[in-house]
Design a protein around this ligand. Structure first.
Ligand code: CP
Ligand code: NVA
Length: 332
């Protein structure tokens, strides 16, 4: 199994079999246990990786940097202002340059086609650290978190509430389809995922016995769910003008205590983070002044409740990203 992953890119999760995803989760769990026990695991000693971030990040950048250090690697962080990428040098040329110096490259940015082009020309593994369309390293961490909490993945029911056309819902749908889970997107119809992507995932679901469905009524959608999952209503790179419409359209899909109660006593709350659950952020305060609301996609009481496993989920970003790097670089 380890050999089948060595040398490969990590771009969408589509490219990995359920068995390979399970292997990455097992490896992440093992690396997590080793880290907690203080056992050294510098399996990629003296390799070098480049981290390209065309959008901002806390978790993903830190997860890559800490994981790289734990694996014995050196990392170079490139932000859009400090490099030639895109402005003076094409992605294709950048890929061919970085591929001569680095053993692996992470990319966070805009269109999925950019990370695909990077991967086509780099000659070394490329890892998608978030594009508009997909966020596969986040979903790997989510799967590990769900598996840790419930003991298994197959048959678990995850309901995503909010803008289901974007990276998080897309990647959760792919991950749930691969792992034989039940994925529900709950949103106004115009926020449902792209029909072609749904069809691709439904084809996978036929083989894995996953269930994928799409609902508009939150109270109906959340019944007996294992996980209620949400994401910000406006994603990085989107214009400020969309706020008003999103607040209007998505407020009925906010994860509230009433929804959590309707879902069930054992239901957990998950969120990729960052989250607008209170007035502790600049944007949260601006939105409060303009629209009079004190939270957006999730109520603070849910975010801070015992059912919320968002910080376990955030920690797992590091362990799963470490597993992806170790497996694709051939260290494990
Ligand atoms: N969840 C996530 O990707 O967080 P960052 O934007 O902080 O990396
Ligand atoms: N949909 C969000 C995810 C952040 C991790 C965004 O793209 O901004």
């Amino acid at each position: 199994m380890a050999n089948s992953i060595k040398g490969r890119n990590f771009l969408t999760l589509f490219e990995f079999t359920p068995q390979e995803i399970e292997h990455l989760l097992d490896l992440a769990a093992k690396l997590k246990a080793m880290k907690k026990a203080g056992e050294k695991h510098n399996y990629c000693k003296d390799k070098n990786i480049a981290l390209i971030f065309e959008k901002t990040s806390t978790r993903t950048r830190c997860a890559f940097e800490v994981a790289a250090a734990d694996l014995g690697m050196h990392s170079t962080y490139l932000d859009p202002k400090a490099s030639q990428i895109g402005k003076k040098e094409s992605i294709r040329d950048t890929a061919r340059v970085l591929g001569t110096m680095y053993d692996g490259i992470e990319y966070r940015g805009f269109g999925q086609e950019i990370v695909e082009e990077l991967a086509a020309y780099a000659g070394v593994p490329v890892w998608n650290g978030l594009t508009n369309e997909f966020h596969p390293t986040q979903v790997l961490a989510d799967l590990l978190t769900i598996r840790e909490h419930f003991g298994s993945l197959a048959g678990r029911h995850l309901v995503f509430l909010g803008d289901a056309r974007y990276n998080m819902a897309n990647s959760l749908m792919v991950g749930c389809a691969k792992m034989g889970m039940h994925f529900t997107a709950c949103a106004p119809e115009k926020y449902f995922p792209d029909p072609e992507l749904i069809e691709r995932c439904q084809n996978i679901a036929k083989r894995t016995h996953a269930i994928l469905d799409f609902k508009t009524d939150p109270m109906e959608a959340v019944k007996n769910a294992d996980v209620l999952y949400t994401d910000v209503w406006v994603s990085m790179g989107e214009p400020d003008e969309v706020w008003e419409e999103r607040i209007h359209d998505l407020t009925p899909y906010r994860v509230t205590q009433a929804l959590m109660e309707e879902a069930g006593v054992d239901t957990v709350f998950m969120h990729c983070l960052p989250s607008f659950h209170d007035l502790g952020t600049e944007i949260g305060r601006q939105i409060h002044e303009k629209y009079g609301i004190d939270c957006m996609e999730v109520e603070d009481a849910v975010f801070e409740s015992k059912a919320s496993i968002v910080f376990e989920e955030a920690e797992n970003r590091m362990h799963t990203i470490k597993a992806v790097m170790a497996a694709t670089l051939g260290g494990k």
